[in-house]
Design a protein around this ligand. Structure first.
Ligand code: GDD
Ligand code: MN
Length: 369
């Protein structure tokens, strides 16, 4: 006999998987391959400020600067601000040396004596961008661009409705977990962007219209240095889009578990805070298309992981009290973990739950690699 606990667990687990799967397939079939409803013009050449936060980046900073230097965009229209937080590994010396060899690139070095985190450095660097700059690009020291990245990104800003542009991120190293994660989310983010806007932006490459930054500022709560920037732009009434034609690659370095929990933490913070923040600041503008996307994503990040946890708990309870069906279901669910995409999904739910619990007692503004 199938008991009530097992039935309830089955309903919850079905809800947990069917809703995101249905959303993914809907986006992929209906939106992913639609043409962009965005006005673009390759002749548009505004002044661009590129902000690179650095903390101990001696390994990558030269390559990063070289990538910027070889962009197929008029060099005279580019300004770079390195926002360093007291690196101790020779990053500053490397930047200064590089500057001597590349005097035709406008590069400013902003050095803070101590470390206060990436977000602090980004916000502070905004004080140093030149007043005629039209687009601000935030990019990590370990995010590598193809030479046309900048010009492609700029062309989307011809459309006055576009407030921010982020890129799909790929990896320089092979990691089946990260690839499965990106393959899934890149489809969702790009498709949402084609509908109107996506609530999640990627820190390695994130461009925002400068006048919006000057007028409305940016979210400044801990954990807001990537995704929340995108949601904020959408909440103040502009399209925040992830585009699919810019290639940005990053290496996989440091502890991946710690990094994935941090990534989940930023997502949780975004979905719990950014909308309230925009409303509190009095800059929130209602947009029905984005509200629909936001509500779905909010559910997928804040509620959906718990359905899985509750359902597993119910199955365990029911198995302990003798249900063979519950035991068989737990066995089947565990056996499926050999499938990479399923395992990545389950782990992501675990990370989201851990991040949610953690966010209630700690605010992370700095991280170990
Ligand atoms: N100025 C400054 N101060 N820069 C910092 C600090 C700091 O305290 N901490 C990190 N950075 C810089 C790094 O030098 C790098 O350029 C960038 O911020 C990202 O840091 P990584 O150490 O490469 O971390 P990640 O690859 O795990 O970061 C990912 O997650 C972050 C949020 O959790 C990326 O997606 C980031 O874009 C994202 O912000
Ligand atoms: Mn990185």
């Amino acid at each position: 006999m199938i008991d009530a606990l097992t039935v309830l667990a089955l309903i919850l687990v079905l809800a947990h998987f069917s809703f995101p799967l249905a959303y993914y397939h809907y986006l992929k079939k209906k939106w992913l391959n639609k043409p962009w409803d965005v006005r673009r013009d390759p002749r548009y050449k505004p002044r661009v400020s590129i902000i690179v936060p650095t903390y101990n980046e001696v390994e990558f900073i030269r390559k990063k600067l070289n990538d910027i230097y070889v962009q197929d965009y008029p060099r005279g229209l580019i300004e770079v601000i390195i926002a360093d937080s007291g690196s101790e590994d020779g990053t500053l010396e490397a930047v200064k040396e590089w500057m001597l060899d590349h005097t035709d690139l406008n590069l400013k070095l902003m050095v803070d004596p101590g470390r206060k985190g990436k977000l602090y450095a980004l916000l502070k660097a905004l004080n140093y961008i030149s007043p005629d700059s039209e687009i601000v690009v935030f990019t990590d020291a370990d995010a590598f661009w193809e030479p046309s990245a900048l010009s492609k990104m700029v062309s989307y800003f011809v459309d006055p409705n576009v407030g921010s542009v982020t890129a799909c991120i790929y990896y320089t190293d092979v990691d089946i977990h990260e690839e499965a994660y990106r393959n899934y989310y890149n489809v969702v983010r790009v498709a949402e962007s084609k509908i109107y806007a996506t609530p999640v932006h990627n820190g390695p490459f994130l461009a925002i219209r400068a006048d919006l930054l000057m007028k409305h500022g940016l979210p400044d709560f801990p954990g807001s240095d990537d995704s929340s920037f995108g949601s904020f732009i959408a909440f103040i009434g502009y399209r925040a889009i992830q585009v699919d034609d810019i290639v940005v690659k990053e290496p996989i370095r440091g502890s991946q578990v710690r990094r994935r929990i941090r990534r989940a933490y930023h997502l949780i913070i975004n979905f719990m805070t950014t909308k309230k923040y925009a409303k509190r600041r009095g800059v929130y503008k209602y947009n029905s298309a984005f509200e629909r996307i936001w509500r779905i994503e909010w559910w997928l990040h804040i509620v959906n992981p718990w359905l899985l946890l509750i359902s597993v708990t119910l199955l365990v309870l029911s198995a302990v009290s003798g249900s063979l069906i519950a035991l068989a279901l737990i066995g089947a669910g565990s056996a499926l973990l050999v499938l990479n995409i399923y395992r990545v999904w389950i782990l992501q739910q675990v990370y989201l739950i851990v991040a949610m619990l953690r966010s209630s007692w700690t605010k992370e503004v700095m991280w170990r690699r």
